[in-house]
Design a binder for this molecule. Structure first.
Ligand code: SAM
Length: 107
């Protein structure tokens, strides 16, 4: 089924493009949901380049993310394995679990 959600534009780096395509596809598949991407680096397109239901935020998961408990229905992370120490993982998983609504999904 087609939606009117615009695709992302002007993405150049291959790794970033792959990452963005995941969010872009989810935003298109679920146009009534809002998606928030987090990265410690300020590396993502700004609002004007994004579908209306996507935004990105520069934040460090180890310092806590600026959302109240249970804010999200679904929390997803990948590839942080290359950046976090075993001790960091305890902090990161706890933070991700804090953000997902009780009974909802994290992967
Ligand atoms: C391998 S890249 C994955 C990029 C993209 N999220 C994806 O799924 O393809 C790992 C990303 O984690 C980010 N990162 C590392 N430590 C972080 C932290 N403490 N908090 C938030 N992001 C972090 C890095 O800046 C990097 O962009």
């Amino acid at each position: 089924m087609a939606t009117s959600t615009p695709r992302l534009k002007r993405i150049s780096r291959p790794a970033l493009k792959f990452s963005m395509l995941v969010v872009d596809q989810m935003a298109e598949d679920y146009p009534n949901s809002t998606f928030v991407g987090i990265d410690i680096a300020d590396m993502y397109p700004k609002t004007g380049d994004l579908p209306p239901n996507v935004r990105f935020l520069k934040a460090n998961i180890l310092e806590g993310l600026p959302f109240e408990d249970g804010k999200f229905d679904y929390v997803f992370q990948r590839f942080l394995i290359f950046d976090l120490s075993p001790g960091d993982w305890k902090v990161a998983i706890k933070e991700l679990a804090r953000l997902v609504k009780p009974g909802y999904v994290g992967s």
